[in-house]
Design a binder for this molecule. Structure first.
Ligand code: FES
Length: 227
């Protein structure tokens, strides 16, 4: 390592603007050059420099490769993590189940276990769960204490209120503008223009699974408006 020390000129030289002399020297050198003595605008500048062999300043090729690899690793790791959410944005929504469906979640966010659900919910029960795309979806318990093969999306087809089940009326009654749906979610009174959407309700490994319904709406005989 070379160091540079500027050796000041003596006071008499500094005070004399036209004859000041600056000298620079490099210590610890192997070779010393007196580079130039320049007179410019009445000043003398004397430069002394030490050259360091080039081999001492440039890291060898192995070190450079190692540094490049370390740099590449340091950059690629955080970059890769940033690309994960970016890539997932373009991926289709996760199925949440092995069969391409979504496992129903109860009010506490737990997976709905079919057997346990049927122990806790009697015939005719319609209770909200979290279904496809997070939509509130009714699980239907049939009169024979089995789960219906369809779930009913609770989002009103008028302006999107969540429609509560009314056991006494045996209907879904929308509190916002009075639309009514029968016990299968078929619209029976407006202003809602359409029936509530359906989802298949399957059981997979003991868990309740909602799967998109793309077939004919069995309540109306029409193509599913939501598919
Ligand atoms: S949002 Fe349900 S009737 Fe208007």
């Amino acid at each position: 390592m070379a160091s540079t020390i500027l050796s000041p000129a003596n006071p008499s030289q500094l005070c004399s603007s036209k004859s000041a002399i600056f000298s620079a020297s490099l210590k610890g050198s192997t070779r010393t050059h007196q580079l130039a003595v320049v007179r410019e605008k009445g000043m003398k500048v004397r430069c002394q420099a030490t050259s360091v062999p080039a081999d001492d300043r440039v890291p060898d090729m192995e070190k450079r490769k190692l540094l490049n690899l370390l740099l590449l690793g340091a950059l690629s790791l955080p970059t890769g993590w940033m690309l994960v959410p970016y890539g997932s944005f373009f991926a289709p929504p996760g199925s949440g189940g092995g069969g391409g469906g979504t496992v129903a979640k109860d009010a506490f966010g737990n997976d709905v276990i079919a057997d346990q659900w049927l122990k806790d919910h009697g015939p005719g029960d319609r209770t909200l769960t979290q279904g496809l795309k997070g939509d509130p979806t009714y699980l239907v318990v049939e009169k024979d204490r089995t789960l219906a093969t369809y779930g009913i999306n609770a989002v009103c087809t008028h302006l999107g209120c969540v429609v509560p089940w009314n056991t006494a009326e045996n209907k879904f009654l929308c509190p916002c503008h009075g639309s009514q749906y029968n016990d299968q979610g078929r619209v029976v009174r407006g202003p809602a223009p359409l029936s509530l959407a359906l989802a298949h309700c399957d059981i997979d490994d003991g868990k309740v699974l909602f799967v998109p319904w793309t077939e004919t709406d069995f309540r109306t005989g029409d193509a599913p408006w939501w598919a």
